[in-house]
Design a protein around this ligand. Structure first.
Ligand SMILES: [Zn+2]
Length: 398
């Protein structure tokens, strides 16, 4: 590989499960992310369908993977039922049935999890594939999970680096070895209860081993992990072996300790509106007067002045173009739509016809939800009490 690139993933969440190859009643987890688990995560981000997965894995398998165990986590287990009502197939064929009732039997299985673990995964490969993976991880198509669907990540997995001024870019290293790459990302203490984690002395790493001219044979200490995904045949995933070796990195010498308050989760920057400033109050009053105190969408009495754009928020708004009077329901509607769409600086203009149908649809949804909530609260009154039903306070707008 002429100029290998390396990207990094931070795999962290309340629970993770990196299954080993056995498919028995007790399903264990490996101590660190498996290659099939990590490639599955990337395939999810890429939105690969079951039909395309064989080809996709063939390409992704060229990535060489290293894992740094930043927090090993603790083993935890839960039970999981299989075959409720449908029954579990026996090895000799047929369905397992309860001896007395003859009903198909539900199997109770045990699943192991790693609770509270944190891993840094480095993936090294050819530039085009690394770029493609970075793009997919930056805007995943499907929701991501840490080995098992019930294990969502608690941070966006793609590791970013700060460019200053609140801007970030994906952290990609060029031309270095896996172990060198794993040294370049600081160990990140957590900040909780006003103090940071006690840093470990050493961080264990599990590195994928590939033959080279200098080292054509795997070292004696190499382990074999059966976790290279090949194909999903519809019955069970097929895995091939790979070699891994282990090493320890010393914190403070090989790896720097990060700032406990550092966050690489970029926050959309928008000027904060200062709703106490005299200038804002003037503009708000002007907008309400121009709209005759009515909601620009539904013509009910307006209660708020909404920002259509936050570009000049803080008292420099263009009263005509950047503000609109709204009633509470229309305000809540627009805000919900804006959050759903991840809009930051430029928001919904309620007078723009292109938003009309979506606002009407969302408004109806909110009103229905609120009236159901109101009814639920009325009905929740304990039987036998003679207190009057709770007042419905939800529909004041309409
Ligand atoms: Zn309205």
């Amino acid at each position: 590989m002429p100029d290998p690139h390396t990207l990094f993933l931070r795999l962290e969440g309340p629970l993770q499960a990196w299954g080993d190859t056995n498919k028995f009643v007790i399903r264990r987890t490996m101590e660190a992310p498996t290659k099939s688990g990590v490639l599955g995560l990337i395939a999810c981000a890429m939105g690969v369908t079951r039909g395309e997965v064989r080809e996709c894995y063939a390409e992704l398998n060229s990535l060489c993977m290293g894992v740094r165990i930043d927090r090993p986590g603790i083993l935890w287990w839960d039970y999981h039922t299989v075959g409720a009502r449908t029954g579990v197939l026996k090895a000799e064929g047929g369905v397992k049935r309860n001896a007395k009732t003859k009903e198909p039997e539900t199997l109770i299985t045990r699943r192991e999890y790693l609770a509270d673990a944190s891993f840094l995964v480095a993936l090294r490969g050819d530039k085009a594939l690394i770029d493609e993976t970075v793009n997919a991880m930056h805007a995943p198509k499907w929701s991501l999970f840490l080995g098992r669907k019930s294990c969502p990540p608690s941070v966006p997995p793609l590791v970013l680096r700060s460019l200053g001024e609140g801007r970030f870019e994906p952290h990609v290293e060029h031309g270095v070895s896996l172990v060198e790459a794993l040294k370049r990302i600081p160990w990140q203490p957590r900040f909780k209860n006003l103090q940071s984690d006690k840093p470990p002395k050493e961080l264990a790493c599990i590195l994928e081993w590939r033959p080279t001219e200098a080292e054509p044979e795997a070292p004696d200490a190499a382990e074999v992990w059966y976790d290279v995904p090949v194909a999903y045949t519809g019955v069970a995933p097929v895995h091939q072996p790979r070699f891994v070796t282990r090493c320890q990195l010393t914190l403070g010498k090989d790896v720097a300790s990060g700032d406990p308050l550092f966050t690489s989760v970029p926050r959309p920057s928008r000027p904060r509106a200062d709703y106490t400033s005299t200038e804002w109050k003037k503009r708000r009053g002007e907008r309400l007067r121009n709209d005759h105190g009515l909601c620009v969408f539904c013509k009910q009495p307006a209660t708020t002045v909404q920002h259509i754009s936050y570009r000049h928020a803080g008292g420099n708004e263009d009263t005509d173009k950047e503000l609109a009077s709204l009633c509470r329901l229309c305000h809540d509607t627009c805000t919900m739509l804006e959050y759903g769409l991840g809009m930051t600086l430029d928001r919904i203009d309620p007078t723009d016809p292109k938003w009309r149908d979506r606002i009407i649809e969302k408004r109806t949804e909110i009103r229905e939800f609120r009236s159901v909530e109101g009814r639920r609260r009325t009905l929740a009154r304990a039987p036998g009490t003679d207190k009057p039903p709770l007042q419905r306070l939800d529909d004041e707008e309409d």
